[in-house]
Design a protein around this ligand. Structure first.
Ligand code: CA
Ligand code: CA
Length: 323
């Protein structure tokens, strides 16, 4: 796994290809209904331009993740998907283009061990450092738990096993782009300044309900599924933030356009930052159904992760922004 991120593999499995691959007052428009391109039909929300406070205001993050320094960032207005791209959405792209995802080209992808649906012969790797990720031959976006799985009943779940390069290919087809890391965090925060989560600072709702799809129980063996889901949930589960965006935090990690650099905030531009000029891995944001505070407290607005642009796994997808 990455030298930047020695304990982050619950979030993003090993990216070494030699291994199994395994603020401002905010105006909430609320009713914004930009028509996306004909090929991309996800509902849209406007994010007003202005200045917001980026980074971890609570000291929750691991130092190596580079969530600090807290700094002001000014962004132009943009328009973003209400949800991450679903399996049904991605299927339209595949049908129209014949694109082969990198998981299909490489022949395998990383599946969480409790979710695997595959014959033993198709389990081709189990990295000692992250044994809960299995390299599964035949796992791909259309077979998210392995070759014995399908998309039946999960068309409205986020697409997974898509690499950053696959997400970029989707964007090129749809006339879209990935959000910058700053745009992603700004959108996830909604109108709340410096909050831990898209809905506030407390993980649980007042009535004790879960507000995002993460892990309950003992990672990585026992998931009590108090939030209802072992792996992905439909993209419109729980409640949207006050910009109308669903599940930025939890469910699946979401690719951003930036290269990752843990020290980036120390020198990033104050206006419309687009990330380092180069790097080895791309930014992932928001955490996933595998996050648990015993191991991966990254289901927060400020949390950062990363993986190489050709990596795919069962807990990462993406959402897009209008050009
Ligand atoms: Ca869950
Ligand atoms: Ca998410």
């Amino acid at each position: 796994m990455s030298e930047h991120h020695p304990d982050g593999a619950c979030c993003a499995p090993a990216s070494d290809r030699t291994q199994p691959r395994l603020s401002l007052p905010i105006v909430t428009t609320g009713t914004a209904a930009h028509s996306a391109t004909a090929s991309h039909s996800i509902g849209q929300k406007d994010v007003p331009g202005g200045t917001f406070v980026m980074g971890d205001s609570y000291g929750d993050g691991r130092e190596a993740d580079g969530e600090c320094v807290v700094h002001e960032v000014t962004l132009d207005a943009f328009t973003i998907d209400e949800t991450s791209v679903t399996n049904d959405d991605f299927a339209k792209f595949i049908a129209a283009t014949g694109h082969r995802t990198e998981a299909e080209v490489f022949g395998d992808s990383a599946v969480f061990h409790l979710a695997v649906q595959a014959e033993r012969k198709d389990i081709i790797g189990q990295p000692p450092a992250v044994p809960w990720w299995l390299g599964v031959a035949g796992a791909d976006w259309a077979h998210p738990n392995g070759p014995l799985s399908s998309l039946d009943g999960i068309g409205d779940h986020p697409v997974t096993h898509v690499s950053w390069n696959d997400a970029m290919a989707y964007c090129a087809w749809a006339g879209r782009r990935l959000p910058t890391e700053a745009e992603w965090e700004r959108a996830s925060r909604g109108s709340l300044v410096g909050a831990r989560y898209p809905w506030g600072d407390e993980l649980m709702a007042n009535d004790g309900a879960w507000q995002c799809n993460i892990w309950q129980g003992q990672f990585p063996r026992v998931n009590t599924q108090e939030d209802g889901w072992l792996t992905t949930a439909p993209v419109r589960t729980y409640a949207p933030n006050d910009l109308g965006l669903w599940q930025t935090v939890g469910n699946v990690w979401e690719w951003c356009s930036d290269w990752y650099d843990e020290g980036y905030y120390n020198a990033s531009p104050a206006i419309n930052p687009t990330g380092p000029d180069s790097g080895e891995s791309r930014v992932l944001r928001g955490g996933s159904y595998l996050c648990h505070d015993s191991y991966c407290n990254r289901y927060r607005n400020a949390a950062r992760s990363q993986n190489t642009p050709d990596s795919s796994m069962g807990n990462a997808g993406f959402r897009t922004v209008a050009l």
